[in-house]
Design a protein around this ligand. Structure first.
Ligand SMILES: *Cc1c(COP(=O)(O)O)cnc(C)c1O
Length: 227
């Protein structure tokens, strides 16, 4: 089944990768389904998409177990902030967490992975814009935090994630994320959304998180609409 939004995102990724001299297969599309319900998600699954992103643990817990029963090979990524009282649920529900940014959460994830005998991939979020209201470790403290995650907690960090400030050119932010990753031996970069994924791909993004370009505009206020 053809899903128009999904197909245009896939095509956009392909073209951006080719323009950057990259293999389109080196870019993983995460379809960000936050605020959308099963009725909107099922056609995207039918279109062949298997990797989805959610930003709230509770919302994901309400939506995904049923969808997963019907399609067991789905992969679910947490792309929103994580509170310590949700870590156990997050580790059992998600396959990848993109938003580790402080020792308390890093330690709790490591502990839960041992307790649940489950290994998931983890990205560290970097606040490249240094925005006080935004999650993510400070760029100047990233190297230290990464070492702490690995040595103190034994956490399997696979890459870095960022959300550039809305009102700025994202290019230097993507470049900075890549630089921090390179000097820390990390190969995965979670960066790029509907409005800037082509730029992110030109800077080396391996994971793009695309919502509205696939699903359409989210309801005002970001809450799920009635259905
Ligand atoms: C919502 C969200 C996205 C997707 O944003 P779009 O502009 O709809 O593509 C990507 N990353 C994060 C962290 C988000 O919260």
């Amino acid at each position: 089944m053809v899903h128009e939004g999904l197909d245009s995102a896939r095509q956009g990724i392909r073209l951006a990768a080719l323009a950057a001299g990259r293999d389109p297969g080196s870019v993983t599309l995460i379809a960000v389904s936050k605020t959308f319900g099963p009725a909107e998600i099922r056609p995207v699954i039918a279109g062949g998409q298997r990797i989805f992103g959610e930003n709230r643990v509770q919302e994901a817990k309400a939506k995904w177990p049923e969808l997963r029963l019907a399609t067991p090979d789905l992969e679910l990524h947490l792309i929103g902030p994580l509170q310590s009282n949700k870590v156990a649920e997050a580790v059992s529900l998600f396959d990848v967490i993109h938003t580790v940014d402080r020792p308390k959460i890093a330690g709790a994830i490591a502990t839960e992975m041992r307790r649940q005998d489950r290994r998931i991939d983890v990205f560290v979020q970097v606040n490249t814009g240094g925005e006080p209201q935004k999650a993510g470790v400070d760029p100047a403290g990233a190297d230290f935090f990464l070492r702490q995650c690995r040595e103190e907690f034994g956490l399997p960090i696979v890459g870095l994630m960022c959300i550039p400030p809305f009102d700025q050119d994202p290019l230097p932010h993507f470049g900075q994320l890549r630089e921090i990753a390179q000097r820390n031996g990390l190969t995965k970069l979670s960066m790029g959304m509907s409005g800037d994924y082509a730029t992110a791909i030109s800077c080396g993004a391996t994971h793009v998180r695309i919502g509205s370009a696939i699903f359409g505009h989210r309801p005002v206020g970001g809450r799920p609409g009635p259905r």
